[in-house]
Design a protein around this ligand. Sequence first.
Ligand code: SAH
Ligand code: SF4
Length: 366
Amino acid sequence: MNCLQDDEVLDLPETPSRACLAGLLDGGGPDQRLFDAAEARLRRDIGPRVYLRGLVEISNRCRKNCFYCGLRRDCASVDRYTIPPEEILEALEGGYRLGLRSFLLQSGEMLGKDHIETVARLLRECSSVIPGSRMVLSLGELPPETYDMLREAGGDRYLLRIETSSPLLYRRYHPDDGVHSHRERLKALEYLRSSGWQTGTGVLIGLPEQSTEDLADDLLFMKGMDIDMIGMGPYIESPGTPMPELFEGIPAPGVRTLRTLRMIALARLMMPGINIAATTALQTITPDGLERGLMAGANVVMPNLTPSRYRENYDLYSGKTEVRDNPETMIAALRRRCGETGRKIIMEDPGDPLHFLRRMEKGVDR
Ligand code: SAH
Ligand code: SF4
């Protein structure tokens, strides 16, 4: 079903109905007008600015076993690493010298005290080594007191994708072993949102058996959570994972790409002041994913600063881009490519989401 006529896309309400969203996600609407409307909204509220967030994949060890992920616990072929703190700091400093002011530390999920304390120590050092930077964490589900401790140590933002807002689909893509619980993930996200973190979430797009109604629910879920940032991308097959064997009917790459772009555009129209990433997965599934993501309403790009000898072992899925580029070359290429879409990379600015700044101004934190 399509609720919009060709000339109506600009008037999409901030909370459209599920059926309207599903219709647009299915390609029932005029895609180009949808993308143009999202980009126009972005330019009006945020401007042509693109913010960079330097990514360091600090460890590929993980206690979880998500069926889709190449880092899952049971993937025996993965060469596991944890980067020593000095090397992480060196990578961050390198990015800082190039003008980055927002950094994402990501890893598999680990509850061990050593890992958490190492991250906390790193965060404390960052305040003097790379001053004025926003530290973003994506370390999975952790107990509330650990989130608090990391926040006190200097963490500013946390990214925890819900993966899918449907408990039913979540159960299908994760083992039923007591370690993977949709309810617990949701509770962790709610805690982050209520405890002062700039909070980001996101979903996997184009999973087998995932309908456009499910994706519509994901958008409504993210809107309802009043989040500050979204990082969402297409599902990409990962060799050695059980997902492709468990399910038939993974949508073709072109379908996953288009659904991702429509999700970005609809998220921008529904949540105008948030930061939305043109993710690595989008850039991997199609070579012009960066440009198309930006032109659909994304405003954040994440150059990978992980030292090259670790990078190829952070194999969430096959064909991850940028495995060999150095940060300087990568940023130069990003600058050129963003420029070609009429957008401008802003350096030496942490790029806080407008949505977060507004909620701080109002002093309301649900
Ligand atoms: N372990 C942490 C953070 C690292 S994983 C966590 O799970 O929260 C970061 C993201 O990679 C996941 O949230 C998931 O959405 C994405 N991912 C994993 N496998 C993927 C695949 N095969 N295709 C696309 N994205 C994938
Ligand atoms: Fe671990 Fe995250 Fe991969 Fe799941 S998605 S297996 S939690 S790294």
